[in-house]
Design a protein around this ligand. Structure first.
Ligand code: RIB
Ligand code: CA
Length: 324
């Protein structure tokens, strides 16, 4: 792998572990990532209970891997439940199988041996300093358990990109909390307090990366199996949110994280101080984002609040065209 080639500046692909609870938008994120080997060297996929129970999120991750033609990538199953709270799921949004709008079946290739938390501890403990990026597309339970078990793994982590949180326009599972944070607030707190370099893509930005009839048509013109599946998934997945929030399209939450890694210039945000509320009650799982710095605390997260949504769909279309 050439890191620098003659003339054109090339950078080495990002060494990436994707932690995920597929999940409709997770599958779109996985397909986008698997279609982008120049930018992303996917070391493994780790699954967690979240949108649906672990056996289904793991099956759906294996399905996405099959659809992406990347059965070289190991899928490790992780936590079956959050650190402390009673589990919550989002089958009302993602369907009982966790994957709407597409035929779901048992994929050929199975799970890797061993659990995701062991894989994270082992891999991050032996990694070069600050060499591995983690994309967190579901509740942060697996990474929190790995950090609790082996705090020194922080050394191997370059950065953690989280789809999660909400500030400007409220939550999507309670009036103030976003699902991934609400599903395991204590895990998000453990990751935040570990001191890893953190970037959050909250609802503030993902509710601006919305499907539309024109954008679904744009994806459909790619006219391969992958794009047909993505159109079916996004068309079905977006409807509950569109009805619930009266927004003009379905938010493509998790794929925004992958697009951010591939083309960060599509996004913008601000270094801010943030806290997670893990007190029981109406604000449980809320992210308190000090956007205007009124608390005078040092920034601990890059909080992304804007995106070039059409640029996102142009990128997604171009990359899906690489798949079968
Ligand atoms: O709130 C959106 C997030 O919750 C996304 O990651 C979606 O997949 C669900 O997990
Ligand atoms: Ca998810």
């Amino acid at each position: 792998m050439s890191i620098l080639s003659q003339g054109a500046e090339q950078v080495a692909p990002i060494d990436l572990i994707i932690d995920t609870d597929p999940g409709a938008d997770d599958v779109v994120a996985l397909l986008l990532a698997m279609a982008s080997p120049e930018e992303l060297n996917i070391r493994a996929i780790t699954t967690v209970a979240g949108n649906v129970r672990l056996e289904k999120t793991s099956r759906n991750a294996r399905l996405a891997r099959e659809w992406g033609g990347r059965e070289d990538i190991a899928v490790y199953a992780g936590a079956t439940r959050p650190l402390l709270r009673t589990p919550v799921y989002a089958a009302d949004i993602h369907g009982e199988e966790g994957l709407p709008g597409v035929a779901v079946y048992e994929p050929n290739q199975g799970l890797a041996k061993g659990c995701a938390v062991e894989y994270l501890v082992e891999t991050l403990s032996n990694a070069k300093p600050q060499s591995i990026t983690l994309a967190m597309l579901g509740p942060q339970t697996n990474l929190a358990l790995a950090l609790i078990q082996a705090p020194k793994i922080v050394r191997g982590i370059k950065q953690v990109i989280v789809m999660g949180g909400a500030h400007f326009n409220g939550g999507n599972i309670t009036p103030v909390a976003e699902f991934n944070l609400f599903a395991d607030p204590e895990a998000a707190e453990a990751v935040l307090s570990s001191g890893v370099k953190l970037t959050y893509l909250p609802l503030d930005v993902t509710h601006k990366v919305l499907t539309s009839d024109a954008r679904l048509r744009q994806l459909a013109t790619v006219d391969n199996q992958a794009s047909k599946r993505v159109v079916g998934i996004l068309d079905a997945y977006g409807r509950p949110d569109m009805q619930r929030y009266g927004i003009p399209g379905g938010p493509v939450h998790d794929a925004s994280v992958i697009a951010y890694l591939i083309r960060p210039a599509l996004f913008s945000g601000r270094q801010i101080y943030m806290q997670v509320d893990s007190r029981k009650g109406l604000t449980y799982g809320q992210t308190i984002a000090d956007w205007h710095g009124v608390l005078g605390q040092p920034a601990n997260v890059l909080w992304i609040d804007s995106a070039d949504a059409q640029g996102f769909f142009d990128l997604l279309s171009a990359r899906l065209a690489r798949l079968k």
